[in-house]
Design a protein around this ligand. Structure first.
Ligand SMILES: [Zn+2]
Length: 247
């Protein structure tokens, strides 16, 4: 990082970043679960900010229907492993950054071993089973989690900090929808994923720097009306996911 300080010149000027903050970013380890519509912008801005070690987890290959929102990939890369392509591009984009690619599906058995190596997790997946799995494992391993989700013209964002005993994703969504929605079954405008994924990167940077975050709050963005709303989230007394470390 020392050789390439000019790269971060514009953010070093920020009083909330400065040299001390940039060092914190460089020493941070962030894992992004899902390198798709949310993961593409989140990963790109984390690498741009100089997060020193980035993990990314995605077992999918690039398909043509990804390309309206998954901006890390091109048509020429169809059929290739997303995790590997993303790693190569991010390391080229910012050679200061080390990227580890996991081309595997996260399971209850693997999450703990992987998650405990990171300071912050980003949930950039697209289905409820993955979200519940990541949320529970984040709490169990006491790693902060930035959750983002998009559907049609709307997106949500919340920040979960187990050490501070905040509310979790399952406090907000205690039950999965009766039909298990995946990104194949509902529409998404690419720019909405771009906005929420970028906000996940912003939230991660702020958390690392110790700035204000969406703890015990949910941000809801409506892209049709251009409205952001922030609501308080109450920690649910009987939430199965986030009372592990409370008892
Ligand atoms: Zn909870």
């Amino acid at each position: 990082m020392q050789n390439d300080i000019e790269r971060y010149q514009r953010q070093l000027l920020l009083k909330d970043v400065g040299e001390a903050g940039q060092k914190k970013l460089f020493n941070a380890r962030v894992l992004v679960c899902g390198a798709g519509g949310l993961g593409s912008p989140a990963l790109t801005y984390l690498a741009a900010a100089g997060i020193g070690y980035i993990g990314l987890c995605d077992f999918n290959i690039v398909s043509i229907s990804n390309l309206n929102r998954q901006i890390l990939y091109t048509q020429a890369e169809m059929g290739k492993q997303k995790a590997q392509i993303a790693k190569e591009k991010l390391e080229k984009f910012n050679p200061d950054v080390k990227v580890r690619a996991y081309s595997e599906r996260l399971t209850e058995d693997t999450t703990g071993d992987i998650f405990k190596n990171y300071d912050v997790l980003i949930d950039a997946t697209d289905n409820f089973p993955s979200r519940y799995l990541i949320n529970t494992a984040a709490y169990k391993n006491s790693v902060p989690l930035i959750c983002g989700a998009v559907c049609e013209f709307e997106g949500i964002l919340t920040t979960i900090v187990p050490k501070e005993n905040t509310s979790c994703f399952q406090c907000i969504y205690p039950f999965k929808p009766s039909t298990d929605l995946t990104s194949k079954t509902f529409g998404i405008l690419g720019a909405i994923a771009g906005i929420i994924g970028t906000m996940q990167a912003l939230e991660t940077v702020k958390l690392i720097l110790g700035l204000h975050c969406l703890k015990n709050k949910i941000l809801i963005f409506n892209g049709i009306e251009n409205i952001y709303r922030v609501k308080e989230v109450i920690k649910r007394k009987n939430c199965k996911a986030c009372h592990i470390s409370v008892e």
